[in-house]
Design a protein around this ligand. Structure first.
Ligand code: SF4
Ligand code: FES
Length: 258
């Protein structure tokens, strides 16, 4: 019996590979680079890669770092919109790189990626977050109570919980604070994120530190610096109504009711 060896045709995996490749596009990422050990000036550098437009900007940054230039420096951790570490300015708007799809950025044109504004750039897309976190610490973002510890949990009605629900969603990414023109002009302003996190406790019925936090935000660098430009609300990747929270804190300062 004779047998004829025939060259196998493309299997399902090969077909899938072909179709995945067919979906790739050529996209240029124009990235703001800065390395203080090389130059005191930041420069734009273009990277042109093949990538599926359904991938995210974070995937493109990984591809560039792993396959093209290992010196490219950026922060990321969770890659799923939870840790808040990869806020950057993409096509001129603050966004999380891990939540931004390439197809939504008009990838036929170069996509610009630069560090968030108003903070000292340490290297490439990494900024010094310490002043941001200091403002956060300054508003005492923790439950303050007096008296003896209760023997049961501190109870709260659903309506009382709802009062500050929106501001519990903050992931401290700094997209709001670094989109605020008041903060750009003068980094002393507490900034939207600190106020959002003060709001989260001021309006918590179980907390007793509201007056203290309000006094902290009554400072010349506090809540009155807000010019209600709504940049912060537009920038927030968690959809928090940041400007509304700031307004509520201003109102609480005037009425002393919260
Ligand atoms: S309020 Fe929104 S934009 Fe601001 S730090 Fe929190 S999650 Fe980020
Ligand atoms: S990497 Fe964690 S929010 Fe984007």
């Amino acid at each position: 019996m004779s047998s004829t060896l025939t060259k196998p045709g493309p299997g399902p995996e090969a077909a899938a590979g072909t179709s995945a490749a067919a979906h790739k596009i050529t996209a240029t990422f124009r990235i703001r680079r800065y390395d203080p050990e090389v130059s005191d000036k930041a420069v734009w550098q273009d990277f042109t890669i093949e990538i599926d437009p359904k991938e995210r900007v974070l995937d493109a940054l990984h591809q560039i770092k792993w396959d093209v230039d290992g010196t490219l420096t950026f922060r990321r951790s969770c890659a799923h919109g939870i840790c808040g570490s990869d806020a950057m300015r993409i096509n001129g708007r603050n966004r999380l790189a891990c939540k931004t799809l390439i197809k939504d950025l008009s990838p036929e044109k170069p996509i610009t990626v630069e560090p968030i504004k108003g903070m000292t750039v340490l290297k490439d897309l990494i900024v010094d977050m310490e002043p941001f976190f200091q403002a956060y610490r300054d508003v005492m973002p923790f439950l303050i109570t007096t008296g003896n510890e209760p023997t049961r949990e501190r109870r709260q009605s659903a309506a009382d919980r709802e009062r500050f629900d929106d501001t519990t969603k903050c992931i401290l990414c700094a997209a709001c604070t670094s989109s605020c023109p008041v903060f750009w002009n003068d980094g002393q302003y507490f900034g939207p994120a600190a106020i959002v996190n003060a709001h989260r406790f001021i309006f918590d019925s179980r907390d007793e530190g509201g007056e203290q936090r309000l006094e902290i935000l009554n400072d010349k660098d506090g809540v009155w610096r807000c010019r209600t430009t709504f940049n912060c609300t537009d920038a927030c990747p968690r959809g928090i109504e940041v400007t509304k929270a700031i307004q509520e804190v201003k109102k609480a300062l005037i009425t002393r009711r919260f």
